[in-house]
Design a protein around this ligand. Structure first.
Ligand SMILES: [Zn+2]
Ligand SMILES: [Zn+2]
Length: 301
């Protein structure tokens, strides 16, 4: 069976943090992978509150270089150095922004105690194993900005009970069956389709700051969980357009059009803190399965 994906919202505020909401950061855990999407100011302390170990981070994916998404990087990297982090930390950033990372490390006189590899990504798959891949898509937010998807691939699995009953020996023959090939063993034919079943993968998409654009729906298509920034409600749609952000209603429309399963709204502005129900309704009018993320809330699929 496919392992679970855990998503921890470490920070869910828009530009200005509030008592209840820290700046943007989302941690995705899958087996040994711990991927941090953005690292707003104070993210390392949010790890403590969530009782999560930042030394387990394997990758940091930056959506864009607005301060509410990146000011936590120097502090987090310093803490990792003091905590004996001993892996190579992979940091992915939008195209044309690799040098920002280098400047940041220089400004803070960062003591290089572990390897940091910074790579730019500008759309398409940029990391892939036999089990999953991560891809990016360019967004529209005034500066280079990416959305990201984490995708566990569909797989073919052998039905262990049927294999046991068949008395087929473990080894290359079973490998062939799994690959879809029919086999012969001791004069008897075995059809692949009788022993193999498909296991559906999973997809998590994260669309933070952006103006609505035509690339979003195809990119997040059929997401099991779609996480969207929801800086404005549709009552303020002119503000959303002017500041290159999404409204909750647009998030609902994206979820509906992309046939996603569940929508989680984040990047919540302080102006809606006393009217979260109104913000939620704005999305719910279009798409039913939607919640607003709170700091330290966890979702598992
Ligand atoms: Zn932001
Ligand atoms: Zn922004």
């Amino acid at each position: 069976m496919t392992s679970k994906i855990k998503i921890n919202f470490l920070g869910t505020s828009a530009q200005i943090p509030t008592v209840k909401r820290n700046h943007s950061a989302i941690l995705l855990n899958y087996n040994e992978e711990n991927i941090l999407f953005d690292c707003g100011e104070g993210t390392q302390r949010q790890f403590r509150k969530a009782k999560l170990n930042p030394c387990k981070i394997t990758k940091i994916l930056i959506t864009h270089w607005h301060s509410d998404h990146i000011l936590g990087i120097p502090g987090l990297l310093s803490t990792l150095a003091l905590s004996g982090y001993n892996k190579t930390l992979h940091i992915y950033v939008p195209k044309g922004t690799k040098e920002f990372m280098r400047d940041l490390l220089r400004i803070f006189n960062f003591q290089k105690k572990y390897n940091i590899l910074v790579e730019e990504t500008n759309g398409g798959k940029f990391f892939e194993t036999s089990d999953f891949y991560i891809e990016s898509e360019r967004m529209h937010h005034g500066i280079p900005t990416n959305a990201y998807s984490f995708v566990i691939k569909d797989k073919l699995r052998l039905d262990k009970n049927k294999i046991k009953k068949s008395k087929l020996p473990f080894g290359p023959l079973l490998g062939k069956l799994k690959e879809g090939e029919d086999i012969t063993y001791e004069g008897k034919k075995y059809k692949s389709k009788d022993f193999v079943y498909g296991e559906k993968g999973k997809k998590i998409s994260i669309v933070l700051d952006t103006l609505i654009n035509e690339r979003i729906v195809p990119f997040v298509k059929s997401s099991d969980i779609l996480i969207c920034e929801s800086s404005f409600s549709s009552e303020n749609d002119e503000d959303a357009k002017e500041h290159l952000h999404l409204t909750a209603k647009q998030c609902g429309e994206i979820a509906k059009k992309s046939k996603s399963n569940k929508l989680i709204l984040t990047h919540i502005s302080q102006r809606y803190e006393n009217n979260l129900k109104g913000l939620l309704k704005d999305a719910k009018d279009v798409f039913k399965n939607v919640v607003i993320a709170e700091d330290l809330s966890e979702f598992v699929i």
